[in-house]
Write a protein that binds this ligand. Structure first.
Ligand code: HEM
Ligand SMILES: *[C@@H]1O[C@H](CO)[C@@H](O)[C@H](O)[C@H]1NC(C)=O
Ligand SMILES: *[C@@H]1O[C@H](CO)[C@@H](O)[C@H](O)[C@H]1NC(C)=O
Ligand SMILES: *[C@@H]1O[C@H](CO)[C@@H](O)[C@H](O)[C@H]1NC(C)=O
Ligand SMILES: *[C@@H]1O[C@H](CO)[C@@H](O)[C@H](O)[C@H]1NC(C)=O
Length: 330
């Protein structure tokens, strides 16, 4: 929001001075563009791709980690790499907030940044590195880039745990809350259903859904919208829900494969979170879920929504900074 607002104020101000044509040119498309580093650091995108390509084969969980990190970053204070910052002073950072269970892969981002700094210092933002790394990791098994990542993001200086709960939907969210939080980021109902499809890969800890198994309304009951046979399976896995070592695949048939199978899972009432099941509680979103389950264009549509997500409240131009190290503001 901030970048866009600044931009429109600039347009109004500039048009008073009759410079509006130049101003509109400088402010279009939120300031991101393809191959932003073409002149300033032509090797940047290749370095990201190579390091990711060297890591994924030995760590097939990495694509899910980086995709979640990318989402988490963009929803909290915009795609400004605030998720990468370590806590300073006594204030907890985004990465210290409660929904941080699955966050990892920070070391991979650090490696990429270190190598890029060696060839072009102070040039490539951590925010762009994260967006490219997530795309390349998910794309790795496909041998083609699954979505476009226009670049030119700059890094923020602030990271606050307190911003996370306000902006990031919780696994207990109902449809109304999910849509509200997505709308606040200029994402629509269609984007909500498509981006939720990211749960086609990756893992969850039991604590994010155990309420549905044991104590849904506080009376020792089960969530009736969860398939009872699947609930039994989950209870066996999560006999000790607080154990952080236990994880469950969100898309049990194909947790490593980026495909539309998530929608099949949701339609079978096996969506792991209340927020997954919630997609069936609204007529319009349920219709999109059913459509995507048989669609042949899930990835192309997901790509479109990812591009939108990647431009949430970005810092561009002279705002923000290019961090020297992704964990620390300069
Ligand atoms: C619609 C609202 C969403 C909610 C409520 C939500 C919630 C969650 C939760 C609770 C977990 C499990 C964390 C854990 O226990 O370790 C998770 C995992 C994950 N989420 Fe979401 N999420 C949402 C949307 C998204 C979006 C938009 C993306 C990406 C575009 C995404 C990507 C992922 C991935 C890849 C994982 C697996 C991480 C891993 O394997 O470590 N999620 N999500
Ligand atoms: C952290 O504390 C130092 C020293 O007190 C202060 O200069 C700095 O501004 C603080 N940083 C943040 C992000 O609050
Ligand atoms: C998650 O937050 C906790 C509590 O602040 C912190 O100790 C932990 O290191 C964080 N995890 C990650 C992966 O940053
Ligand atoms: C959805 O959740 C919000 C926040 O918990 C609550 O205020 C609202 O009443 C819920 N809406 C529906 C339709 O259940
Ligand atoms: C179930 O939820 C209720 C209400 O939130 C709570 O008082 C009770 O202790 C919970 N029971 C268990 C076994 O966690």
């Amino acid at each position: 929001m901030m970048a866009k607002k600044d931009c429109s104020i600039f347009v109004i101000f500039a048009s008073l001075l009759a410079f509006w044509i130049a101003a509109a040119g400088a402010c279009n498309a939120e300031g991101l563009k393809m191959k932003f580093y073409k002149e300033s650091c032509p090797q940047a995108e290749k370095i990201v791709k190579e390091i990711i390509g060297s890591r994924v084969p030995s760590n097939p969980a990495l694509p899910a980690k980086l995709l979640r990190m990318n989402y988490h970053d963009c929803f909290v204070m915009g795609c400004d790499a605030s998720i990468l910052l370590d806590a300073v002073n006594n204030t907890q950072a985004e990465k210290d907030a409660l929904p941080n269970l699955s966050l990892s892969g920070f070391d991979v981002i650090d490696d990429i940044k270190t190598q890029i700094e060696q060839v072009c210092p102070n040039t490539v933002s951590c925010a762009d590195i994260l967006a490219l790394a997530a795309r390349d990791a998910v794309s790795f098994p496909f041998n083609r880039r699954l979505w476009k990542v226009p670049t030119g993001r700059r890094d923020g200086r602030i990271s606050l745990a307190s911003e996370v709960t306000k902006n990031l939907p919780s696994p207990f969210s109902n449809f109304t809350t999910l849509l509200e939080l997505f709308n606040k980021k200029d994402l629509n109902l269609n984007d909500l259903v498509l981006l939720s499809g990211a749960h086609t890969i990756g893992l969850s800890h039991c604590g994010t859904f155990s309420r549905r198994l044991y104590n849904f309304t506080g009376k020792g009951d089960q969530d009736p919208s969860l398939d009872p046979t699947y609930a039994e399976f989950l209870k066996k896995k999560c006999s000790n829900p607080a154990n952080p070592a236990t994880t469950v695949e969100m898309d049990p048939q194909s947790a490593l494969s980026f495909d539309k199978n998530y929608y099949q899972t949701v339609l079978e009432n096996k969506g792991l979170f209340q927020s997954d099941a919630a997609l069936l509680t609204n007529r319009q979103s349920a219709k999109i879920v059913r459509h995507l389950q048989i669609s042949t264009s899930f990835i192309a549509k997901f790509a479109n929504s990812m591009e939108k997500m990647g431009s949430i409240e970005v810092l561009t131009g002279n705002t923000g900074e290019i961090r020297k190290q992704c964990r620390f503001a300069n």
